[in-house]
Design a protein around this ligand. Structure first.
Ligand SMILES: Nc1ncnc2c1ncn2[C@@H]1O[C@H](COP(=O)(O)OP(=O)(O)OP(=O)(O)O)[C@@H](O)[C@H]1O
Ligand SMILES: [Mg+2]
Length: 162
């Protein structure tokens, strides 16, 4: 089930890891250079699973793994996918020094545990909140921050219908 609450916000229910990956792939196909996607949700909510789908949608063939011990993974696809995971991050300044969004401008940046360092990311981004709603159910809420991401979300919602 899909509910488009407003041009800024969309909630999808996923009933399996495969469905979460398909949702990610649908998003990945729409991403453009410079896009920033921030993921927020508790342990096991499906962030990495969603990133695996995004990678598939970007045409990445290497397997995307959980990056909890690494700040940034890099994968070649139609665009470069930069997969960040800030779970282990203790000091947001450490991430600031990486200048992630500038460094990743020619690719797509997707970051798990973005709440560890909200302030280092551009104000304009797509936020995805993942909630555990059952053993195999997850709620995915997409929030568009800025014009580019409203367009992206609108295209994403249209594609879901067809
Ligand atoms: N509908 C679903 N969507 C995604 N994952 C699901 C779903 N139902 C069950 N799962 C399970 O939940 C787990 C999600 O793991 P995943 O590594 O993607 O979470 P995560 O949010 O990245 O966790 P972490 O914070 O540790 O990085 C997997 O074991 C997966 O099989
Ligand atoms: Mg993860």
């Amino acid at each position: 089930m899909k509910v488009l609450q407003s041009p800024q916000s969309l909630t999808l229910d996923s009933k399996s890891p495969g469905q979460t990956r398909r949702i990610g792939a649908r998003l990945g196909r729409l991403l453009q250079a410079g896009d920033v996607v921030l993921l927020s949700g508790e342990l096991g909510s499906g962030k990495t699973c969603l990133v695996q789908g995004i990678a598939q949608g970007l045409g990445v063939s290497d397997p995307v793994t959980s990056k909890s011990f690494v700040l940034l993974g890099e994968y070649q696809g139609r665009l470069t996918l930069y997969h960040g995971d800030l779970y282990r991050l203790e000091d947001p300044a450490a991430v600031e020094e990486l200048a992630l969004s500038e460094y990743c401008a020619e690719g797509a940046l997707v970051v798990e545990w973005a709440e560890r360092a909200w302030e280092v990311f551009p104000a304009e981004h797509l936020l995805v909140r993942l909630d555990i709603t059952g053993a195999r159910e997850r709620g995915l809420t997409f929030e568009a921050r800025g014009e580019r991401y409203r367009e992206l979300l609108a295209a994403f919602a249209r594609r879901g219908r067809g």
